[in-house]
Design a protein around this ligand. Structure first.
Ligand code: GTP
Length: 416
């Protein structure tokens, strides 16, 4: 074929540009689309003293105004306020559940302040476990309320953690991902803040309290997460107020000496917290909640119920076998209890019967006695009546005799 014909053919070939992915490399897109359609959910637990800045921080984090009323300092017990909000940013919907402590740190005796928090976390695990155990499960409609993260607000004392902080964190650290925060960090100087952070971390370590560690196993986020772990606890300032700085409006707190910009990394760690919580690690927090904390709860629950994976001989034990054995054990126990109850019942019946018989006999004896007394009385009366009648007869006899005598006397007198 002549050369010029070749070039003519090549000129006629239509070039196609790729518009998108066609192979299995588009699998992630399916997931993204599905997740966006379903919407996201996230559950935060805020633990901290009354008025420490919990609501303000949540508003600042999610750029909203959830209009939460201030709590009183005079509750006799610690309580929890649970609120669920539907938020939207561009086409992403987020169902956010915020659980806040109420009255935390306000009681004189704070020993049991952590109980409602522990109970709440466990109750959410239990509810999920119950759903899992159902025959007809409906996870599509199920509102998973398990707590994904606990933001623990530390008072900006600059000294150390309080016993209440240690006690609470110690009791929840195996149940929830704890991120400790120094609240109202604008009240501490830069040098004090650094010392305070070190003190808090050393106290957490010496008390064996596990806080959430940003994961460093994923290459993409390893470096940033590693450095963020070194910055814990985050020093936080919250505010939804817009303040003018130069020509810009920024979120911050206006003071006589200047403006504290919430989103300025030189002023506080708010941006770091937001990035770690929402941008980088939200999925990891949820995953840890499911794979670590919930799994631990589920495992303890099953162990308490007597289920094990391996027997004493280190051989795997089938769940069904244990279940059957447990069922039999339960059945036997029910029968034993039923038998015991029957025995007790019979014993009670016998006791009652004996008691009835005794009182019947007593009554009978009483009756016999009274009957005898009455008979004796009757006989006595009869005797008295008979005597009386005899006396009456004697009386009449005497009367008749005296009348006869009287008549005789009268007759004799007349004769004389
Ligand atoms: P309760 O729900 O009543 O327990 O309070 P809370 O912990 O939710 O505190 P809230 O966010 O209502 O804040 C209480 C007060 O602290 C408000 O006057 C806030 O403006 C102020 N506040 C919140 N965050 C900060 C902060 O970072 N620094 C300073 N200085 N004040 C703050």
């Amino acid at each position: 074929v002549p050369d010029d014909e070749d070039t003519q053919k090549e000129d006629n070939i239509r070039g196609l540009t790729m518009l998108g992915h066609f192979g299995f490399d588009c699998l992630p897109h399916q997931l993204v689309n599905k997740s966006v359609q379903q919407g996201f959910f996230f559950n935060i637990l805020c633990v901290g003293e009354t008025g420490i800045g919990k609501s303000t921080l949540i508003d600042t984090l999610f750029n909203t105004n959830l209009k939460d009323k201030k709590s009183s300092h005079f509750y006799s017990n610690v309580g929890l306020k649970i609120q669920t909000h539907e938020l939207q940013e561009s086409n992403v919907q987020l169902k956010l559940t915020v659980v806040k402590t109420v009255g935390y740190g306000d009681q004189i005796n704070k020993e049991s302040s952590y109980h409602p928090i522990v109970d709440y976390i466990d109750a959410q695990f239990e509810s999920y476990l119950q759903e899992e155990w159902k025959i007809k499960r409906s996870f599509a409609d199920y509102h998973d309320s398990r707590v994904h993260v606990c933001l623990y607000f530390i008072s900006p004392t600059g000294h150390s953690l309080k016993p209440l902080d240690l006690l609470t964190m110690k009791n929840i650290d195996t149940k929830v991902n704890i991120i400790p925060l120094i609240a109202k960090a604008d009240t501490i100087s830069k040098s004090d803040l650094q010392k305070f952070k070190c003190k808090i971390m050393s106290e957490l370590v010496s008390n064996g309290i596990q806080i959430y560690q940003f994961p460093t196993d994923d290459e993409a986020d390893a470096n940033v997460n590693y450095s963020m772990n070194g910055l814990l606890p985050f020093a936080i300032v919250g505010s939804t107020d817009e303040v003018k700085v130069g020509k810009r409006m920024v979120r911050g707190r206006q003071y006589p000496w200047g403006v504290l910009q919430v989103e300025n990394e030189n002023h506080c760690d708010f941006v770091k917290l937001r990035d770690m919580l929402l941008y980088t690690n939200m999925e990891d927090l949820k995953e840890q909640t499911h794979t670590q904390h919930y799994e631990r709860y589920r495992c303890c629950k099953l162990q308490k119920m007597g289920f094990v994976d391996v027997g004493p001989d280190n051989q795997p034990v089938s769940f069904q076998e244990i279940y059957e054995a447990k069922r039999q054990e339960f059945f036997d126990q029910c029968q034993r209890e039923e038998e015991e109850l029957k025995q007790k019942f019979m014993q009670r019946v016998k006791e009652k019967e004996t008691a009835f018989k005794e009182s019947e006999k007593e009554l009978q004896d009483k009756f016999e006695h009274l009957k005898r007394v009455q008979q004796e009385e009757t006989m006595k009366l009869e005797e008295e009546r008979r005597q009386l009648e005899e006396e009456i007869i004697d009386f009449y006899k005497m009367k008749a005799a005296s009348e006869t005598l009287h008549t005789l006397v009268c007759t004799n007198i007349k004769k004389d």
